[in-house]
Design a protein around this ligand. Sequence first.
Ligand code: 3HC
Ligand code: NAI
Length: 721
Amino acid sequence: MTGGGLPSYAVRTEIQDGVAVLTLDVPGEPVNTLNRGVRDEFVAIIDRLERDASIEAAVLISGKAENFIAGADIEEFLPLETAADAERLSRSGQMLLDSLERVRVPVVAAIHGACLGGGLETALACSYRIATDHPKTVLGLPEVQLGIIPGAGGTQRLPQLVGLPEALDMILSSRNVRAKKALKTGLVDEVVHPAILRQIAVRRARELVRGTRRPSRGATGARAALMDRNPLGRMLVLKKARETVQKRTKGHYPAPFAALRAVETGLARGSAEGYREEARLFGEMAVTNVSRQLVYLFFASTALKKDPGVDEPGVKPRPVSKLGILGAGFMGAGIASVAVQQGTLVRMKDADHARVGKGFAAVRKVVEERLKKRQITRTQFEDTLALLGGTVDYSGFGNVDLVIEAVFEDINVKHQVLREVEAVLPEHAVFATNTSTIPISRIAEAAARPSQVVGMHFFSPVHKMPLLEVITGEATAPDVTATAVAYGKKLGKTVIVVNDGPGFYVNRILFPYINEAGRLIDQGAAIHEVDRALVDFGFPVGPITLVDEVGGDVASHAARIMFDAFSDRFEPSKTLDAAVAAGRYGRKSKKGFYLYDEKGEKGGVDESVYELTPAGAARSEFSADEIQQRCVFAMLNEAARCLEDGIIRSPRDGDAGAVFGIGFPPFRGGPFRYIDTIGVEILVQQLDELNVRFPGRFQPAELLSRLARSGAKFHPAGSRP
Ligand code: 3HC
Ligand code: NAI
């Protein structure tokens, strides 16, 4: 029987033997969020649960196939102007969930799919939680990733349920947990197969009414509460957490500290104070620039997930069920490791059996990591590896849909393998190259079907780096681009589509930055100071450390190609060239700008490298400001040129490419968001000043000068990615 009486927007209410089954299904949206309409409807439903004597219990379940509740509606954060506005939003969410927690009847949360942020906070306010044992079912509080804190009671209820250490781990790391782990920590009470979720939830609701089952207190609840009530134990856990956060965020992200404060207040002064502090800090965080940039990046990523990569309407990607990989080296094996994990049948070719074997071992190692972390079962591990086949000839390439080439970075080798493989490929197969520097159109010159050649530039290590650059050559057909984009997304990558040109986008903006760091060393700056200034700016590692990691030979080769293409402003650093000539290739040769021990562990700067610099062993002082300005502005200027030259399609792609490809500080939003923050006029003025000091290197991009004159921004206020 359907319980009428209330106008329904997103919640369907059915009453079964006194149990109200509330099915949340926000119309027209792929996921459920707790938007204003849903919140209003919940108020009315809770009122009904309170008053309607025919209802003895309730079950909250989702009508979406693969989502419980994705949290608060992040769109609603965009118009928030003041901390007080945001605090009010949090307060109203807290009050709603408080009334859910106190409602007269027991409420069971039946969770299938993502249960995140405000979604988990809703489940925490229920009397009992059941989750499905499905890979899509994950529970988490990802708020700090958006620069905010859980604002609907999460900082108070979660520690009470699962204990302080586990709660801090979830809140501060934004890590999602799966159902099995959630059961272990007491976050959920039961795990069931999706097919019986509703049935079990209704049964448990009745048991709660009859008193044959008690409302949940969490599996670890009693023990954890005991420990958390001990002020000394609590202080130690909080102190350790604060130190870890400081180390991880390097002070750039205020939200984890705010979350810690809210948790601590609740434990020390009671939950009423805790809720007040949570709302206040939510308000403060929601209007920080950091949160604005992180929310922007969230929308940029979701927009990219939907972007087919081509403008032509009606273009369909070709299906890819079998993949061929040429070259079982570092990148080839990396690509194979993510492909088999997505269920693609992979055939990997190299020149001899030993190298194929090495590639196999590398793939195995990546998949084994997941087994060790218990993210997959042994059967899944074996099934995954069974998808990988190896060869030293082209056998098995006659029925692949896509080939990704990752052989040596040499145009002759690339041409040779392209000719060879095309002769055996089926007509429809796409040939993608993972080259990092050679123009796609040049590689396609050897192709019989150049329209089927495209670039797929992965980043190393492939299984960890989130970006894929898809590069269209002059002849690349739109459906070929769409195929590379769709397959890249299937591999879990954030994909940007860029036009052909030396360095494409990511390497093109990276090299002016690395070169400038090298030139600072040429002039006498200390290596560790250059690295430290840029880590302080927010990069994950400094540029000189990066060169040691990538390999000085690889970096120097790419730098030379960029210099040949763009001349002056890409002039490589003399120190970098000299270091490579002296065999200092970085970590892999255990000799670079830094010292490495026998095991390859990095130590301090190798001072002997200074002998190779034009300035000699003597070092001079450079302020962190100057280091940051010269290196970062060179990158920003080049990013603007990439937009001007049509290498990238939009500032959004440029921001996402830099953040996900090279770790441009996310809290700055990406190069284009950062330019908007500085102000284009100011940037142009400072570039002009630098250009006087270093002629030719900092000439502002024409686009920047134009924007400075018109006063426009890359991301006008209120625009959505
Ligand atoms: N608010 C607004 N829109 C959201 C949203 C949210 N919380 N979660 C997802 N969406 C939108 C996306 O923008 C996208 O919109 P589009 O179709 O217009 O592009 C659409 O839903 C589908 O999203 P995805 O493409 O990301 O779908 P997936 O299936 O790949 O992933 C998901 C689903 C795992 C739920 C993922 O979207 C996600 O991680 N969402 C964000 C979760 C989150 O951060 N929640 C916390 C919100 S803050 C909060 O709750 C504060 C509280 O403490 C008060
Ligand atoms: P690698 O040297 O580790 O692997 C290359 C593999 O290709 C070797 O195993 C080699 O035996 C094999 N090979 C050479 N000729 C072959 C042929 N005719 N048939 C089959 N296999 C052949 O090199 P790596 O680092 O994997 O680079 C491969 C490609 O990926 C290059 O084009 C490189 O520019 C690009 N790339 C590299 C990145 C990196 O960080 N290493 C990042 C992004 C792209």
